[in-house]
Design a protein around this ligand. Sequence first.
Ligand SMILES: [Fe+2]
Length: 279
Amino acid sequence: MQTRDLTPVIGTEISGIDVSALEDADFARIRQAWLDRCLIVIRDQHLTPEQLCDFSRRFGELEPPPASEARKRDEEAAEMWVISNVVENGKPIGALGSGEAEWHTDMSYIPAPPSASVLYGREVVTDGGNTWFGNMYVALEELPADLRDAIAGRQVNHDSTYTSAGDLRKGMSEVVDVTRAPGARHQIIRKHPVTGRDALYLGRRTNGWVVGLDVEASDRLLDDLWAWCTQDRFTYAHTWSPDDLLVWDNRSTIHRRESFDASARRVMWRCQVRDEIAA
Ligand SMILES: [Fe+2]
């Protein structure tokens, strides 16, 4: 197994392994790289849906797809779902289309968000469609003192109304007052349950609200925090090759996806791992 850091701040590339036939010691190294570097990129994997689920399950119990994104589940691998813009017989085969997906952390709108998110590139595009990742440990460590003071002890309300692609989820109605948006509240400075390190935890910008502040002050603070943590120096942009397998630590990172040509085909398989704290 070879490893190479992708940037000084986030991401390790791993090559020379087959994740469908891993010794425990190799998995331990992979898991440690995932915790330390927040994102791992494993090249050249050839996996069936079952093998993707089996590998993902080594990180912990799998979580079924959110109802709003379960447009197509593989019968044999119900815990996997599809992220795609492809339409077959008039129906999208997966979630999120071809538009931009804003910076976010997966499912921060539930009380115990997932620990690991796994994304496997089956058919990728070369023009656009990059996935960006940001290290929220470092964004917090380097946060200016005035912003750090402003968030001390505070929580954000994480709205569950929209997907990261900006679509209204099934059964939800538009948010008119962010202080009443449905979702979950989390500490803005959140302690990682495994590493014990503090990370900035913002979820996503849309309909975020810093609990207890008036909406104008909350909007200003959130705009400042998002402008800070999405600077290039905290981030890495992944350009996909077919058969790339990415796993990110959903507790210490944010990610976004660039839009791409709607007529191009992009098909990704996705698994998600329940956090230990939810068990
Ligand atoms: Fe996501």
